[in-house]
Design a protein around this ligand. Structure first.
Ligand SMILES: Cc1ncc(COP(=O)(O)O)c(C=O)c1O
Length: 383
């Protein structure tokens, strides 16, 4: 059995476990890319922001990218002075600007209005950029498509042209551009196309760029062909003489995460054997959001025991799906969800007063390190 340590009784249940070896495997690929192309990889901390995890990732990246002042503050706590903090969000609050400018080395504006606000700030030591919306969609589900019609994410070329006519932007002050228009893609040709569209669109404006941030939205597994990415980075460096940043999130953390749970009841219904776990879809919110069925470590398509695995909240739709197993499941059995390291823990909630999973690091030496455990106080103080 893979990772049998996840089945040991010393491990609290439910628990998120992040596997250091898996994270280091992806970071190795990022380091290779950096050595080959001189790009500047960041980690987008929105996908998973547990401090122990950030500490593991930190030595391999040029900095972190953030979406709020809290994420920026956390980054400042973890990173070294020489590393950089980058931010972009449609949600800059007017009362947070001073703090954001203080914390972040690179601030990317999401709209022309944001430009107006920030341009009025006197002491801007940060490098300012604008997020462009290339209006090139690759994601079928509109909820995850940054280029959906009437998107709030990034400035379109039409908006840029209007701002230019009205002289609303000071081109001298804009040092960088940012794009992020994909989700879970393995096709870097899509990135190449997007970058080409952005750079062609920009040619009519008088910008003197120092950097471009290619965003996240792509995976980095063994099957991914990085050739188009490498070619794009090189093209940007040679043609435009810019620093090229990338800010993957999911690619670094998704495969490293497990949710360990325990069977607390088994109910025979008319057609199914229902297995109730001590966890809930609220610990894996993307299961419900995406209607996606998470992988389970010991499940097997050819198994002879079929079970419906459900969460323990009052919501009837709190279910993970139907699975087959070779071995019979009993009360007390462990069920381990795989590939859940991104966007799960950060979105988890305590609906029904169900405790949040504990958090562990599975260290390189195969030892489990308890990072956090939650209790009644966590619940009481949360809302
Ligand atoms: C601006 C920006 N950058 C980076 C990311 C990270 O994307 P991913 O985790 O898919 O790599 C996101 C995700 O939403 C994003 O909005």
């Amino acid at each position: 059995m893979k990772n049998s340590i996840l089945y040991t009784s010393e491990l609290l249940s439910p628990a998120y476990v992040y596997d250091q070896v898996s994270i280091l495997g992806v970071l190795d690929k990022l380091v290779n890319l950096k050595e080959k192309t001189a790009c500047l990889p960041l980690y987008s901390i929105k996908s998973a922001n547990m401090i122990g995890l950030l500490e593991i990732i930190k030595p391999y990246v040029s900095g972190f990218s953030c979406s709020s002042s809290f994420e920026a503050q956390l980054s400042a706590e973890v990173l070294e002075q020489r590393q950089t903090i980058h931010i972009t969000t449609p949600g800059y609050r007017h009362d947070e600007w001073d703090n954001i400018i203080e914390l972040c080395d690179f601030v990317t504006l999401n709209s022309i209005n944001q430009w107006e606000t920030i341009a009025k700030k006197k002491s801007v030591n940060t490098s300012l950029g604008i997020r462009l919306n290339p209006e090139l969609s690759f994601v079928n589900d509109e909820r995850y498509d940054p280029c959906r019609p009437d998107s709030k994410l990034g400035i379109t070329f039409k908006q840029l042209a209007i701002a230019n006519l009205r002289q609303e932007l000071d081109w001298e002050c804009i040092k960088g551009v940012h794009l992020h228009n994909n989700c879970e893609s393995i096709d870097y040709e899509e990135l190449k196309q997007s970058v080409e569209k952005v750079m062609t669109g920009l040619s009519e404006f008088n910008l003197k760029l120092k950097w471009i941030n290619l965003g996240g939205g792509y995976l980095l597994n063994d099957e991914t062909d990085l050739t188009p990415l490498e070619a794009t980075i090189k093209w940007l460096q040679d043609e435009f003489n810019v620093d090229v940043y990338l800010e993957p999130g999911r690619a670094i953390t998704a495969e490293a995460g497990y949710l360990v749970s325990t069977v607390i009841d088994i109910i025979k219904s008319k057609n199914k054997i229902i297995v109730v776990l001590d966890t809930t879809i609220n610990h894996l919110p993307e299961v419900f959001e995406y209607q996606y069925q998470p992988k389970i470590m010991t499940a097997s398509d050819s198994g002879k025991y079929e079970y419906r695995l459900v969460g323990c909240s009052c919501l009837s739709g709190d279910l993970f799906g139907d699975y087959y197993f070779d071995k019979k499941i009993e009360i007390g059995s462990r069920v381990v969800f795989e590939n859940i390291g991104a966007y799960m823990q950060v979105k988890a909630n305590m609906f029904n007063g169900i405790n949040l999973p504990a958090t562990y690091l599975l260290c390189r030496d195969k030892k489990l390190k308890l990072i956090k455990k939650n209790d009644y106080e966590t619940f009481r103080d949360r809302v």
